[in-house]
Write a protein of this length. Structure first.
Length: 316
């Protein structure tokens, strides 16, 4: 199945030798601009946001970026093979996903989609009526936004499988429920949507491995949500009350006096849901003290005065 090459560097608007921090900055800028919650054209923004996320999923990961750079524009003639586990199984179905939030190019080279189940010779024996065997399970990735992980959703997924004996591509479309609180790496089981069985055996299952879409403001660890909060030097020293965003609205956070860069401030119960219990993870604001990029003459004079009167010595 032919796929279209994706120029991830062009999508993020960065050069091929861009530093990791520049790639992250480019992603954040574009993600805030095209986030479906703020864009007027919701449908167009959603597609662009998925494309930006896919590009960052690859270029933001050193291993995936190295593999992508090896593929290059001549990717169709390279020796890299689709990421289907340990490699294609002779005589097995080929499969492409749709509706998972990733393009065919990503699915083929970076998703780690795999097929696993009974060896083909068992399937062949079963087709002759000698044995009955269940179809192989299929596993792939699904891109889930943090908003979906927060509230849950229902997605329409398609799976195309090419039968190696007939060459006929058979598309299957079905609904998948994404439960509230689904965490990174969790597998969603879709019964009966794997490969068909042989000799009257039942179909295998489809397992969709959850990948949280990169968000410009939040990251997750389990059910906990993390936010990088930039604070001014005087806010860190004197303390401040700051409005910070969470997945379900802004909250007021108290920055205690003499806070340090890297310090984490926790708000209990403002993370992702934990299953059906109603309990939620926590929200963590990670402080980053930012300094001005430039100063006026008056500001510089005040900083110099502070240097003169301060008894603070950061170095022994």
């Amino acid at each position: 199945m032919s796929v279209e090459f994706k120029d991830y560097y062009a999508i993020l608007g960065v050069p091929r030798d861009a530093a990791p921090e520049d790639i992250k900055k480019a992603f954040r800028k574009l993600a805030r601009q095209h986030h479906p919650d703020v864009a007027k054209d919701k449908k167009g923004a959603e597609e662009t946001f998925k494309e930006i996320n896919e590009a960052y999923e690859v270029l933001g990961d050193p291993d995936k970026r190295a593999k992508y750079d090896r593929l290059g524009m001549d990717w169709q003639h390279g020796d890299a093979r689709p990421g289907h586990g340990s490699g294609p199984v002779p005589g097995s179905h080929e499969f492409n996903f749709g509706g998972t939030g990733f393009s065919d190019f990503f699915e083929q080279y970076f998703s780690g989609a795999s097929r696993y189940g009974f060896p083909e010779e068992f399937q062949a024996g079963a087709s002759r009526g000698t044995r009955q065997h269940r179809g192989s399970d299929i596993e792939g990735d699904i891109l889930v936004s943090l908003e979906e992980a927060m509230h849950g959703s229902v997605r329409s997924i398609s799976l195309q499988m090419a039968d190696p004996r007939t060459g006929k591509v058979e598309p299957h479309t079905f609904q998948v429920r994404i439960p509230p609180g689904v965490t990174e790496g969790k597998r969603i089981r879709v019964p009966g949507q794997g490969e068909p069985g042989a000799g009257g055996g039942g179909a295998g299952d489809l397992y969709l491995r959850v990948r949280h879409a990169a968000h410009p403001d939040f990251t997750t660890q389990g059910a906990d949500v993390y936010h990088e909060l930039e604070v001014a030097p005087w806010e860190a020293v004197l303390g401040a009350d700051i409005r910070v965003p969470t997945l379900d609205g802004e909250v007021k956070l108290r920055i205690p006096p003499h806070s340090t860069s890297g310090q984490q401030l926790r708000i209990r119960g403002r993370g992702l849901p934990k299953g059906k219990s109603g309990e939620r993870g926590d929200f963590h604001a990670v402080l980053h003290i930012e300094v001005p990029e430039s100063t006026t003459a008056e500001e510089r004079a005040l900083w110099e005065k502070l240097r003169e009167v301060s008894h603070f010595h950061p170095r022994p």
